[in-house]
Design a protein around this ligand. Structure first.
Ligand SMILES: [Zn+2]
Length: 456
C-alpha cells in the first residue's frame, strides 16, 4: 500500500512539473547570446559589477568556463555557436593560411565562407526551422553567408559602431520581427581592447573600463524591461577568453634562433604557427632550443588535451609561449596584455551568466566547457543539435526543466546518512547497555530484546 501511495504521489508531482514546464514554454522560446570580448573570469570577483550581479542574482552563474585552445577570439566565438573544438570547426586561429587553395584568413579578411563552412553555427540551424529567424548585432561569422545563409537581420562588422546602436537594433529585431527572431547575438569589443592596451594588472584603467561594461549590462536589462522582453527572453552573457599580463622583460625573439628565410610565420603570438620552407625537422631542431619559455611541437605531437591537430589549417610546427611571454619578430610590437595561451590556465577562462524562463534562479556552479554552451542553447530553442564536442549534462543544473543530480552532492548525502545511521545505532546500543546497570534484575530479559532491533 505504501509503495502504491508513493507511486501516486510521484506521478502527481511529475504531472505537476510537466504542466509547469508547458506553461512557461507556451511561447516559442527566444534566446539572446551576448559576448563581452576578453572578460576574464576573475574580474567578477575582483571588481564591482552591481548591474551584472543583479542579473546573476535572478539567474545562474558559471564561475569558470574552460575555453578551447588556442584561446583566441575567432576560434572561441565559433566554438560557442557550434559546440566544436577548433580542429573540427576549422577556425583554428585569427590568422590562417590554406596551402591547397593558397587562401589567407585574418580578422579583416574573414568573409570567404570557405573558412566557415566546416561547421553549421546555431543561427543557421535556427533559421532553417519553420517560422523562425535569427539576428546578429555582430559576432564573428554572422556577416558571412555560411552554407549560403546569413541571419535574416545582421550588421556588417565594424568596431566603430557604438554599443547603443547594436543594442537598439538587436532588441528591435527581437521584439517586432515576423517571422519572430528566436535566436540573436550581441557582441562588444571590450574589455578585450583595454586588456591588451593596459594589461589586466592595471587596476586603475581596468576598473574604469569594467565599470563602463557594467553600465552596458544595466542598459541591456533596462531596454529589455521597457520593451517587455525581460521576463520571457533567455539571455546568456559570456565571453571568449580571459587576459594575462605581458611585459617587455618576457620576450622570445624568433629571429635570434632561425633565419627568417627558412620559414613563414602564419600566426605569431602567443601560439606561433610555422610553415617551414626547408626540411621540417631542421626547422624544428633549431626552434626546439630557442627559449626555455616556449614549447615547440611538431603537429603530430601536439597533446591530445588541446584537441588541436586534425585539421589541414594547423601548420606543421606550432610554438606555445608560457603564460605572460610574447613571441616577437624584429619589428613586432608588444601588447601589455594578451591571450591565446594554454586553455588550462585560469587567466584564460571567461565566465557565463544567464537569466530567463529556461534558467534556474540564484544558482551557481564552478565550471563548464565552452563547447557545452551549444547543446544547452539547442535544448532551450528546441533545435536538434549537429554532432558536437559538448556535453549537455554539464549544464543540466542551470536549467529549470532538468533533473539536477550533482554527483559530489549525492555522495555527500549518502555519506552523511550513513554517518547518522551509525551514530543512532551506536546511541541505541549505548542506551540499552546503560539501562541494565541501574536495573540489575531485568538484565536477562533486556538482553534478549537487545538483539531484536539490530537483527531486524
Ligand atoms: Zn577575444
Amino acid at each position: 500500500v505504501f509503495v502504491m501511495k508513493l507511486l501516486v504521489i510521484l506521478l502527481f508531482l511529475g504531472l505537476l512539473s510537466g504542466c509547469r514546464g508547458n506553461s512557461s514554454y507556451s511561447l516559442t522560446p527566444q534566446l539572446l547570446l551576448v559576448s563581452f570580448d576578453g572578460f576574464r573570469a576573475d574580474y567578477l570577483q575582483n571588481y564591482d559589477f552591481p548591474h551584472l550581479q543583479n542579473f546573476i542574482k535572478e539567474g545562474v552563474l558559471v564561475e569558470h568556463v574552460t575555453n578551447v585552445f588556442i584561446t583566441k577570439t575567432f576560434p572561441n566565438h565559433y566554438s560557442i555557436v557550434t559546440g566544436l573544438y577548433e580542429e573540427s570547426h576549422g577556425i583554428v586561429a585569427n590568422s590562417m593560411y590554406d596551402e591547397v587553395t593558397k587562401k589567407h584568413f585574418s580578422e579583416t579578411n574573414d568573409k570567404d565562407p570557405f573558412w566557415w563552412d566546416g561547421a553549421v553555427p546555431i543561427w543557421v540551424t535556427n533559421q532553417l526551422q519553420e517560422n523562425r529567424s535569427s539576428a546578429a548585432a555582430m559576432w564573428p561569422g554572422t556577416d558571412v553567408p555560411i552554407h549560403n545563409t546569413t541571419p535574416s537581420y545582421f550588421m556588417n562588422y565594424s568596431s566603430s559602431v557604438p554599443f547603443e546602436e547594436r543594442l537598439n537594433n538587436v532588441t528591435e529585431w527581437l521584439s517586432s520581427s515576423n517571422p519572430p527572431v528566436t535566436f540573436a547575438t550581441l557582441y562588444w569589443e571590450e574589455p578585450d581592447a583595454s586588456g591588451h592596451r593596459y594589461g589586466p594588472e592595471d587596476k586603475g584603467n581596468m576598473s574604469r573600463v569594467l565599470k563602463e561594461i557594467d553600465g552596458l549590462v544595466g542598459d541591456l536589462v533596462q531596454r529589455l524591461k521597457v520593451l517587455g522582453l525581460w521576463e520571457n527572453l533567455n539571455v546568456i552573457i559570456t565571453s571568449d577568453h580571459g587576459m594575462t599580463q605581458c611585459s617587455e622583460n618576457r620576450l622570445i625573439h624568433l629571429d635570434s634562433c632561425l633565419d627568417h628565410s627558412n620559414y613563414t610565420v602564419i600566426d605569431l603570438t602567443p601560439v606561433a604557427a610555422i610553415l617551414p620552407k626547408i626540411n621540417v625537422t631542421e626547422v624544428y631542431d633549431k626552434l626546439k632550443h630557442c627559449s626555455p619559455h616556449m614549447t615547440v611541437y611538431l603537429k603530430e605531437e601536439i597533446p591530445d588535451r588541446f584537441h588541436y591537430q586534425h585539421n589541414d589549417r594547423i601548420q606543421p610546427i606550432i610554438l606555445v609561449a608560457d603564460e605572460g611571454w610574447t613571441i616577437v619578430l624584429n619589428k613586432s610590437s608588444l601588447k601589455l596584455g594578451d591571450h591565446g595561451y594554454d586553455n588550462s590556465l585560469p587567466t584564460m577562462h571567461p565566465f557565463l551568466a544567464a537569466h530567463g524562463p529556461a534558467f534556474r534562479r540564484g544558482y551557481k556552479q564552478s565550471t563548464m566547457n565552452t563547447v557545452d554552451i551549444y547543446p544547452m542553447m539547442c535544448h532551450i530553442l528546441g533545435l536538434k543539435p549537429h554532432p558536437n564536442n559538448g556535453t549537455f549534462s554539464h549544464t543540466k543544473c542551470l536549467l529549470v526543466d532538468q533533473w539536477c543530480i550533482n554527483l559530489p552532492e549525492v555522495i555527500g548525502i549518502v555519506v552523511s546518512a550513513l554517518l547518522l545511521l551509525t551514530l543512532l545505532t551506536g546511541l541505541m546500543i549505548f542506551m540499552q547497555n546503560r539501562t541494565p546497570a541501574s536495573r540489575p534484575f531485568s538484565r536477562l530479559q533486556l538482553q534478549e530484546d537487545d538483539d531484536d532491533p539490530l537483527i531486524g
